[in-house]
Write a new protein. Sequence first.
Lengths: 98, 719
Amino acid sequence: MTKPHEQLAQAAVPLSALPDGARARLVRVEAGHGLRARLTAMGLAPGAEVQVVANRGGGPFVVAVHGTRIVLGRGMAHKVYVVSEEPRGGAAPGEAAG
Amino acid sequence: MDPNEPPDAHPCDADHAQAKARLTVALVGNPNTGKTTIFNNLTGARQHVGNYPGVTVELKEGVRVHGGRRLKIVDLPGTYSLTAYSEDELVARDFVIDAHPDVIVHVVDASNLERNLYLAVQLLELGVPLVVALNMSDVAAERGYAIDLGKLSALLGDVPLVRTVGHRNEGTEDLLDAVVAVGTGVHPVRRVPVSHGREVDEEVAKLAGLLEADAPLLAPRETPWIALKLLEGDGRVRQRVQERCAQGAAVLAAAEASVRHLEGLFGDGPEVVIADRRYGFISGACQEAVRRTIESRHEMSDRVDAILTHPVLGLPIFLGLMYAVFWATFRLGEWPMRGIEMGFKHLGALVAGLWAPGASSAIKSLLVDGVIGGVGGVVVFLPSILILFLAIAVLEDSGYMARAAFIMDRWMHKIGLHGKSFIPMLIGFGCTVPAIMATRVLESRRDRLVTMLILPLMSCGARLTIYAMLIPAFFPAAWRGPVLWCIYLVGIVAAVALAKVLRLTLFRGEATPFVMELPPYRMPTLRSLLIHAWDRGWLYLRKAGTLILAVSVCMWALTSYPKPPADAAAGVSEGARRAAELEYSVAGRLGQALEPVMRPLGFDWRINTALVGAFAAKEVFVAQMGIVFSLGGEETADGGESLDPLRRRLSETYTPLQGLSIMLFCLLGFPCMATVAVMRSESGTWRWALLQWAGLAVLAYGVSLAVYQAGLGLGLGGG
């Protein structure tokens, strides 16, 4: 069985590496169990389309997902891996695992 | 058998009889979905704080009669998921699972359907009687979402969906209709099997089978859900299975085997796969039932944020807003405070008038000095506190509070906390008690304890009365503002230092990750602001009516007994007599006994005696000083000028250096009894409450000692 996340993982970069306005698709979150569940429930799950709203050196990080704004500490933003994506029609999140 | 056993001792019969007439309705939903507004719409002003067995925090509940049923509506803390992460979420989830409410109303932000339905899917998995309120449907329509209710409801297993607009009170009646229909069984609850994919479903069925075979304590409808939670690795559910199931260990071992099996299959933990399937299910449902007519839209909130959270402008704007809040609290509060003060004075005079003039009666003294004086001294701050809470409610409801946490995050990191700890600290300037309760939003217990421990250093409103009395007594007008500002600053610096020390000693370890939603800006509604402010104000009043009443009576006894021999009071004025009485009383003796210890701080027995009172509530200090200097009671019944003679006496007796030492001691020193009590209940043990009390006492002593002795050394003692 092929694992779609794995293929994407090749080009994955931490969210914190993206500039303001960049769009990306989330591939994995490297965090403890509880935090990962929380991020998932807030919409930051593998497959989700995200957009960087504010990325300022040093301070916390704002990301848009499913139409909400979520603040991540800088440490967190290093642990969320995404693949950069050009704005396009966008498949629905979750489709990848079908 | 106890013959006095209450009639509802047979739970089955009672339950059956009540099932039709009374329904318990729980409100759940993500934070920032307008859940509380819906709650206010449903219950109106008929709300109170209820206590539930097994739930340590207080939940708000209200009653509404609709369709002949009495609905008890409970507002649960906002939660993103049934896998609880913070203490708040745990409360919500435990209530949903353990209290078996008759109906659960899930309030959903219709303009952000996919994320919000994640919780709905989990509720469907649990198979509870559910009604979904699609709140903010006006915003959803504005953003171009067209939601086909019939289709979406069908996809979610015929769950009733109701469109609401909370801030315009729209859809409330429809929502109540749906609640009653589900609660009375008119609308049957259909359990939709949410598939998580064949492989996961198989493991769920396997584990559910094991659970069912073994555990008589678990309801059969719960077992698939428990099995799913075991696969997700939910710590609380694991613990429960271990405790309640005879074969708990075997079930957990089987669950672990299933987890490994799925990990091998998917290359990811089952919780990731399950979450994926849930979002897949939601996304499928939304594609069917939601049409988007407008592609994208400029977010107003983003534009406002560009200014309010600007890297350079953000902080000055925030500080300016804080200044405005404190200005409003103290300036606008002055007038009604004067009114309340007069009211209590008249009440005291009225009660005193029931006795013959000049007659001394223990009961009269208890009522006038103890009860009316003590409670009045606290209630007088209600206007200030209401204004402060109103301002905080505006900041919260408009969405600015989250931005404040965001702006402060960078600085809070330097002391090992993160931005969210800042919100309770802000509330702490009003009153430490609600501030400690506000720490519930912090996910990690370590962060929560550190924040709670430093909160009393944020100078609360009650302490302001002490400064307000002392500063004009010792400092020329031009210095007063800066001195007050310095006092607050010392508190903040001490809090920062203490947090740093705690993080390096008792609470070592990496900073917890910071995750928080930035809700869109919203215009707060007057109704929700008033309810919000009143809730907290009421908490304060209740404290005045119970704890402070009790303490006032104790303090009155301590300062009135034992009475000096009658002949000592002969031929002196009323004021001098009272001062002599106080000196002779338990509190007076305590103050004198403490003199050797407190003298290096510049305190004499009179200050010590007043400090004994300040332990009950900081504002009592002012009243006690008045009595010690024999200025209490009738002699000063000349309205707003009443503090001036006291200030004159203070400036004659003490130096400005001593005044400063007193203020520092009151700022840093022992938190009031209400704080100790709430610290005990929120931290769960006496240990932290007592440690905090003792630690702050040592800190206050040390700082006051250092300042006073250094001042003397510099020759400032003569001031």
